[in-house]
Write a protein that binds this ligand. Structure first.
Ligand SMILES: Nc1ncnc2c1ncn2[C@@H]1O[C@H](COP(=O)(O)OP(=O)(O)O)[C@@H](O)[C@H]1O
Ligand SMILES: [Mg+2]
Length: 264
């Protein structure tokens, strides 16, 4: 879709964490976890962010929704600049929702599915009846039975719980999903189902997806574009077919070489 304004245009995103030391725990220096990262996520596409554990993938997407403060850089959503300090605002969160790795800890065990799903809409003044109607629609969309509404999170399997998290992330009808290792805690067979679901949602709802993963096989199956991070910096970025087929950087070559090859 070449003529559409991109979903996200990020320019020089930088996140620094304080390093404390001494008896009083004073800030001694700063550690740069994300170092001048720029990318474009076109509408309706999937951009994968890959790299080994600790390279700054989660911190990067958290900075977009205001979960960690940005030290420098800026980004635009659908062509509109997000002003400094507004990364976590409701306008931004309505457009962009996160789905996390661990579907166990990201759902409140004391709340029923109805409560979990209706809360974001009710908090914005939508009537309970309307919010519940939307919850039913989304349960069906993510292939969970309608009877799930009265249940608690522990009554579901890991894969079903991740479907629930995805349904919750869609309640506010966002345009962008930020998926942080959403299949890493799941069995391989369930992983594939969740990946298919995300790809269907992208197609049917026109969602744009930032997809964090350290699994190159998953990335290969799903991505339109790939961004490779190494110690907080971008070392390779481009169309998936170029980056994955003809990697330029040694680190990307090593990542790809670490994918096991199944011989018959
Ligand atoms: N809240 C925090 N305070 C201090 N350091 C952090 C914080 N969150 C992450 N880090 C550090 O930032 C680096 C990047 O972390 P993270 O973004 O979680 O990496 P990834 O998601 O790629 O595994 C790591 O070295 C991590 O220890
Ligand atoms: Mg992470």
């Amino acid at each position: 879709m070449p003529n559409l304004v991109p979903a996200i245009e990020a320019d020089g995103l930088t996140v620094k964490f304080p390093v404390r030391g001494g008896v009083l725990g004073k800030v001694k220096s700063f550690f740069t976890a994300v170092d001048g990262v720029s990318f474009v996520l076109p509408q309706g596409e999937i951009l994968s962010i890959v790299g080994e554990s600790g390279c700054g993938k989660s911190t990067l997407v958290k900075s977009l929704v205001g979960l960690v403060p940005m030290a420098a850089g800026e980004f635009k959503l659908f062509g509109k600049k997000v002003q400094k300090g507004y990364a976590g605002s409701s306008r931004v969160c309505d457009l962009m929702q996160m789905v996390f790795q661990d579907p166990f800890s990201s759902l409140n065990p004391r709340q029923t599915v109805t409560e979990i799903l209706t809360a974001p809409l009710c908090a914005r003044g939508v009537s309970f009846a309307e919010a519940e109607k939307r919850a039913r629609e989304l349960l069906e969309r993510v292939s969970l039975p309608a009877g799930s509404l009265q249940k608690f999170p522990h009554e579901f399997s890991g894969g079903q719980r991740q479907r629930l998290c995805i349904a919750r992330s869609l309640m506010l009808s966002p345009k962008i999903l930020l998926c942080d290792e959403v299949t890493s805690a799941l069995d391989v067979s369930v992983q594939a189902q969740i990946l298919h679901l995300l790809d269907d949602l992208r197609r049917d709802l026109g969602l744009s997806i930032l997809f964090i993963s350290h699994d190159m096989q998953v990335v290969r199956a799903l991505s339109d574009k790939v961004l490779v991070m190494y110690f907080g910096k971008v070392v390779e970025y481009g169309r998936a077919d170029e980056v994955l087929v003809n990697p330029q950087h040694d680190y990307t070559k090593k990542l790809l070489a670490s994918v096991p090859v199944i011989r018959g």
